[in-house]
Design a protein around this ligand. Structure first.
Ligand code: OOG
Ligand code: NI
Length: 439
C-alpha cells in the first residue's frame, strides 16, 4: 500500500514535470523548422509509422537535455532559473563547469524519476555569463540593455514573432554588433533571453524506442540526415575541426548543428523627417537582420564501466555516463557563433585554459554500443588514422543504407516540405547566418 502511494507520487510528479518540459520544447520547435525536420527524419528513419507531426515530436522525441542561457547578475542567472525546475522535481547537481575564456559558468539539474515504463525526462543545462568577470566595455553594454526594461529606443521585443523570452528589451543593432565582437554568448542571450537555446536528442533513448533503428551512433545521425534532401543542407558545428566531440573517458559523444538563422528587427537609428507642410518629426528606423537563433544537438552516452557488459535490453539511462564535459560543451557553445572574435573562446582579455582543449576521439564512443560491449578498448588516445578511416567507411555505408530506406519509403520522405507546417516554421531563405548589414 505504502509502495503504491509512493508510485502514485512519482507518477504525478513526472507528469507535472513533463507538461512543463513540453511547453518549453513546443516553443523551441515552433521557431526552429530545421530541428523539426531533423527530428522527424530520425524518427521516420528509425521506423516510426505514425504521422510525425509537431505534437508527436513534442510528446515523443527522446531528449537527453535542454539548455538555457542567462546573465549572472541580480536574480537573472542560474539561481533565478533553477527554481522553476526545482518546483518540477528537478535536482541541482553539485558540479560547476567553468568556461574561462567565454566568462561563462554552467550547472545542470537531474530530472525527477520516471515511473516504470516511462522514458526519462531530459536533464536541464543552465549557464550564465559571469558579468562581473567581463571586460568593462562588454559589461557596460550588457548593463545598459539589462537596465532598459521600460520605454526607450526599442520599439518592442518581438516575443511572438521570434520566440524570444526576456525581461529586458532588445539591444540596438549597434549594441548587438559591439557585444558580439566580444562575446557571442552575451549577444545571443541579450537577443533571445531565456528561450530554449537548444535541445539534444538522445541516441540511447531513440534506440530504446526503436530497437531496430540504424541510428545507433553520431555518424549514423549524420548519415541519416545527409540521406534526405530536406535535412541534408543542415550545417554542422565543426569549430573543433570535426563534427563529433568526445569526453576523455570516451563515454559521452556529442555533435550539433549550427544555429538556425532568425530574422529579427533591431533599432538602427533615428531620422528627422519633414512632412509636406514642413513639420518636423523624429522617426526611429528599424532594420531586419538574420542572426543566430536556436540549434539542435545529438548525444550518445555509453554505459559506465561497471555496466559495460550488460546487454542493451537490460541497460537503462541510470547505467549510462551521466553529466556533461567542459571540453565538449566549450565546442558546443559555438553552435550559435558566426566565427567572429566573440566565439571560439576568444573573449578579449581571456586566456585559453588547457582544460578547455578538446580530446582526440576515442574509438569506443565512435563505435557505439555494440562494439563497446565487446570491449574494444576505452579511454582517449591520439587520433588513430585507421580508426578515422574506418569511421568514414562506416559513414558511407550508413549513407547508402539510409538512401535505400528513403527509396523504400517513397514520397513519404521526399525532400518536399512536410504538409501542414506553421507559417513561422518556414525555412529561412538566408543560407547560413550572415548578417545582412549590421552597421
Ligand atoms: C550550451 C553548450 C553546452 C552541452 O551539451 O555540453 C552544451 C549552450 O550553447 O548554451 O549544451
Ligand atoms: Ni547541449
Amino acid at each position: 500500500m505504502e509502495r503504491d502511494r509512493a508510485a502514485v507520487a512519482v507518477e504525478a510528479q513526472y507528469k507535472h514535470a513533463r507538461i512543463g518540459i513540453q511547453s518549453l520544447t513546443r516553443e523551441y520547435y515552433r521557431h526552429n523548422a530545421t530541428a523539426v525536420r531533423c527530428v522527424r527524419e530520425l524518427l521516420t528513419a528509425s521506423g516510426e509509422k505514425s504521422i510525425v507531426d509537431l505534437d508527436f515530436i513534442i510528446a515523443r522525441a527522446p531528449l537527453d537535455h535542454i539548455a538555457i542561457r542567462s546573465f549572472g547578475t541580480r536574480d537573472l542567472g542560474i539561481d533565478g532559473l533553477r527554481v522553476m525546475f526545482e518546483e518540477l522535481g528537478y535536482v541541482m547537481q553539485e558540479e560547476v563547469m567553468r568556461f574561462e575564456t567565454k566568462r561563462v559558468v554552467a550547472r545542470w539539474l537531474a530530472p525527477p524519476r520516471a515511473p516504470d515504463g516511462f522514458p526519462p525526462l531530459p536533464r536541464i543545462f543552465l549557464s550564465e555569463l559571469d558579468v562581473d568577470a567581463c571586460d568593462e566595455e562588454l559589461k557596460t553594454i550588457v548593463d545598459a540593455v539589462l537596465g532598459r526594461t521600460a520605454q526607450g529606443e526599442v520599439r518592442k521585443s518581438q516575443e511572438e514573432e521570434v520566440g524570444r523570452v526576456a525581461r529586458w528589451q532588445l539591444p540596438s543593432a549597434k549594441q548587438y554588433a559591439q557585444c558580439e565582437k566580444m562575446s557571442e554568448y552575451a549577444s545571443w542571450t541579450l537577443l533571445h533571453g531565456y528561450r530554449v537555446n537548444h535541445v539534444a536528442v538522445s541516441v540511447f533513448q531513440l534506440m530504446k524506442m526503436y530497437p531496430d533503428t540504424l541510428v545507433r551512433d553520431l555518424d549514423a545521425v549524420e548519415a541519416c540526415l545527409a540521406s534526405n534532401a530536406a535535412t541534408a543542407r543542415a550545417r554542422w558545428n565543426e569549430t573543433s575541426g570535426k563534427t563529433i566531440v568526445i569526453s576523455p573517458d570516451g563515454l559521452l559523444a556529442q555533435s550539433a548543428l549550427m544555429a538556425e538563422p532568425c530574422r529579427i528587427q533591431l533599432y538602427k537609428k533615428s531620422e528627422e523627417n519633414k512632412d509636406r507642410y514642413g513639420t518636423k518629426s523624429i522617426e526611429d528606423v528599424y532594420k531586419e537582420y538574420s542572426l543566430p537563433g536556436t540549434y539542435l544537438e545529438f548525444v550518445v552516452r555509453l554505459p559506465k564501466p561497471e555496466h559495460a557488459n550488460k546487454a542493451f535490453e537490460d541497460l537503462s539511462e541510470e547505467d549510462l555516463r551521466d553529466g556533461f564535459e567542459t571540453a565538449n560543451a566549450n565546442v558546443i557553445f559555438d553552435s550559435t557563433g558566426r566565427g567572429g572574435a566573440g566565439g571560439g573562446g576568444a573573449v578579449r582579455g581571456g586566456k585559453a585554459g588547457a582544460s578547455e582543449e578538446v580530446q582526440a576521439p576515442a574509438s569506443v564512443a565512435k563505435a557505439g554500443y555494440g562494439i563497446h560491449a565487446e570491449g574494444s578498448g576505452s579511454g582517449s588516445g591520439p587520433v588513430d588514422a585507421q580508426v578515422l578511416s574506418d569511421v568514414y567507411k562506416y559513414k558511407d555505408m550508413m549513407l547508402d543504407r539510409f538512401k535505400n530506406l528513403a527509396g523504400d519509403r517513397g514520397h513519404e520522405n521526399a525532400p518536399a516540405e512536410a504538409e501542414g507546417q506553421d507559417e513561422d516554421m518556414q525555412q529561412d531563405d538566408a543560407d547560413g547566418v550572415e548578417v545582412i548589414d549590421l552597421t
